[in-house]
Design a binder for this molecule. Sequence first.
Ligand SMILES: NC(=O)c1ccc[n+]([C@@H]2O[C@H](COP(=O)([O-])OP(=O)(O)OC[C@H]3O[C@@H](n4cnc5c(N)ncnc54)[C@H](OP(=O)(O)O)[C@@H]3O)[C@@H](O)[C@H]2O)c1
Length: 285
Amino acid sequence: MSVILLTGGGRGLGRFTAQKLAEAGHEVLLTARDAAAGERAVDEIRAGSPRARVRALTLDLGSLASLRALTDSLLAAGQSLDVLFHVAGVMQQSPVRRVTVDGLEETLAVNALAPLYLTHRLEPLLSGRAVFVSSRLHLPGSRGVPVHFDFDDPQLEHGYHPQRAYKNSKLAVLWVASAFTRRWAASARTAHAVCPGFVPETVAASTQGFQRFLMTHVLAHMPFARSPAEAVDSFVFMATDAGVARQPGLFWGEKQPLASSPESRDEAKSERFFAWGLRTLGLPG
Ligand SMILES: NC(=O)c1ccc[n+]([C@@H]2O[C@H](COP(=O)([O-])OP(=O)(O)OC[C@H]3O[C@@H](n4cnc5c(N)ncnc54)[C@H](OP(=O)(O)O)[C@@H]3O)[C@@H](O)[C@H]2O)c1
């Protein structure tokens, strides 16, 4: 049985994945931005499975102070980790660019820089795999405003659009996963990326009005949509399947390796983003 640190455990796919993993006997450390949401998730999981080994940790991925505090305390405790699962993510709806308390563009900060921070700092505690949640939306030609990552403007200070911010962040997290894959080539650690598929029922929680109606009552019933249960099943597979660990550096969906974009496999861009990310996060290279 593994010790699994999973972000985004307070709600959404992270919440249900934490439950499945705990029910299967793994020890789960779930993080939530809101301490009460984390405790509620733990109570609910224990109510259904009294012997579940699960506890909540508070972590705001959009705050360097919060990332530092959690990683400092895990390092001080010498908490061993078999799996680090970066589930939490944000998809803004508003056209207004938002920045974190540290002045970083929020989508890139939460979806790509925070996983980089956690993995880099927790590396000494990690014996197994890191799983990064990306999205097929990083692919060129995916619906909406196209992906376009400009290293001269990584935080979209010019021409911000929430869809571009999301797609760029999911491209960037693939660069982070491949950078760790190269760094860990001679170790037992492995890095992997996954897309849960389009899950309208959890997307609905971040939308309002007609958008929410569309997600819940129309798109959720389309053949291309995935149910939360299917997506969680694929996340549990990513966290636990031995075959995944034997194939580091791949992008997965529905328990199968998928082709990620050629740009996501560009080693020079991956290294450039990784180095920029470390500098931006104030971490040693
Ligand atoms: N659903 C889909 O169709 C779909 C498709 C492709 C990829 N994905 C990816 O799959 C992952 C899970 O998606 P989901 O559908 O479960 O999303 P969700 O229901 O919106 O849940 C997002 C989770 O991320 C957490 N989060 C957001 N900002 C945070 C922050 N600053 N600090 C800490 N936690 C934060 C949320 O916690 P709070 O409650 O505190 O906000 C929540 O637990 C995400 O990475 C998403 O981008 C989803």
